[in-house]
Design a protein around this ligand. Structure first.
Ligand SMILES: Nc1nc2c(ncn2[C@@H]2O[C@H](COP(=O)(O)OP(=O)(O)OP(=O)(O)O)[C@@H](O)[C@H]2O)c(=O)[nH]1
Ligand SMILES: [Mg+2]
Length: 364
């Protein structure tokens, strides 16, 4: 049985209303390889915090720079301290010793050997044999990082009403939180959202998304624990059509690409929503955890192809001094980074922009 909840911001209305029969596709008895969850979802928080005031529809690059700068504080501090340490004196001769030290500092941000070598080699090409100051080196590294992070413009593909976004990734990467923040971002642009609690494996996951829906003031479709996620996805899209929503965003349980039954479950969700709305899902967003560094990359390798991902949300950039991980991610995934997560609050998501991001990464 699938339920949906009408939007409410801070009232005390009763919990989910039953809606029509469950969708007919048979359930997959997927083995999620996780401990059994709490038997019942507790009712959602009665009075969820009100949503924050709407953000500006299109953020200026100055605004973005400021947000990246704050969100990247840990990485930025580590990098700045490290690189500044190379310049104890007035200037520094760019020789093998300096270049080796620079490489060692850069690699500590988890950017990987390839990108760190490129940055080092660019400094060598420009300045070898010369005495340089900190600013010159930072300028060179920033410009090169900007070039490495460049990608074609990658706005969300939201072609019609409703557009469908599926959110996937390994356990704990930040999927549900990113959905909450993304929904707020879209709502503040005037879009009407319906959430689908496709992680039916854990009752707490449904509860978590329900609380987000209340904060945002949007509808949510939920299923009983253990319900077929494809059924929830189907009902979510149905609901979006019924109420004229612009976007349906479907949460999924965490999984590894190697769990083939769970990857098939994603396939089924895709098929089912594709039957309801042409070309749906229009976005399949892979959420990666920046704090897991290179590990996030190896965990999610193959995931993007298997799940037909269209873009990346790099979550938890604020929580780590290893924000350089974005460089190998851009390189290895051949997928645009669409959003970055910069904290746990509702506003802590930003559209990715290579220039502002790289400038913020090496800023004071
Ligand atoms: N600091 C910080 N924490 C985040 C961010 N995004 C998510 N988190 C935290 O990361 C933890 C996991 O986030 P969830 O959104 O539950 O992750 P998930 O991928 O849905 O997890 P599963 O459903 O268990 O697979 C939570 O404590 C979140 O608050 C972020 O951008 N910054
Ligand atoms: Mg989740």
């Amino acid at each position: 049985m699938v339920f949906w909840r009408s939007k409410k911001k801070s009232d005390d209305s009763p919990p989910a209303q039953p809606s029509g029969p469950a969708q007919q596709e048979p359930s997959t008895a997927a083995d999620h390889g996780q401990a059994a969850a709490t038997p019942k979802a507790s009712p959602p928080a009665a009075s969820a915090p009100a949503a924050s005031p709407p953000a500006a529809a299109a953020e200026s690059s100055a605004g973005l720079f400021g947000r990246f700068r704050n969100g990247l504080e840990k990485t930025r501090r580590a990098l700045n301290t490290d690189i500044r340490d190379l310049f104890k004196d007035e200037g520094r001769l760019v020789d093998d010793e300096f270049l080796g030290e620079l490489f060692a500092k850069l690699i500590r941000t988890d950017m990987g050997a390839g990108p760190a070598e490129e940055l080092r080699d660019d400094v060598a090409k420009r300045y070898r044999g010369r005495k340089v100051g900190l600013d010159e080196v930072l300028e060179s590294i920033t410009a090169q990082t900007q070039a490495m992070l460049q990608q074609d413009a990658a706005p969300l593909n939201l072609p019609g009403k409703p557009s469908v976004i599926l959110v996937v990734g390994v356990n704990g990467s930040g999927k549900t939180t990113s959905i909450g923040k993304l929904s707020h971002h879209l709502t503040s642009q005037g879009k009407k959202i319906v959430l689908g609690a496709g992680d039916t494996f854990r009752a707490a996951a449904v509860e978590q998304l329900t609380i987000w829906s209340e904060r945002i003031g949007c509808d949510i479709v939920t299923g009983k624990q253990g319900a077929d996620p494809a059924s929830v996805a189907f009902q979510t899209v149905d609901k979006a059509i019924e109420i004229g929503a612009d976007v349906a965003i479907i949460d999924t349980a965490g999984r590894l690409q190697t769990q083939s039954n769970l990857m098939q479950e994603l396939d089924k969700i895709r098929r089912v929503v594709g039957k309801k709305v042409e070309d749906a899902p229009h976005e399949v967003l892979l959420v990666l955890d920046a704090t897991a560094g290179q590990n996030a990359i190896s965990q999610a390798k193959g995931f993007s192809d298997a799940a037909g991902c269209t873009g990346i949300i790099l979550a938890k950039l604020d929580g780590s001094a290893r924000g350089g991980v974005i460089l190998p991610i851009r390189r290895q995934f051949e997928l645009p980074v669409k959003f970055v997560g910069l904290g746990e609050s509702i506003e802590d998501i930003a559209e990715f922009d290579a220039d502002s991001f790289a400038t913020a990464l090496f800023a004071d």
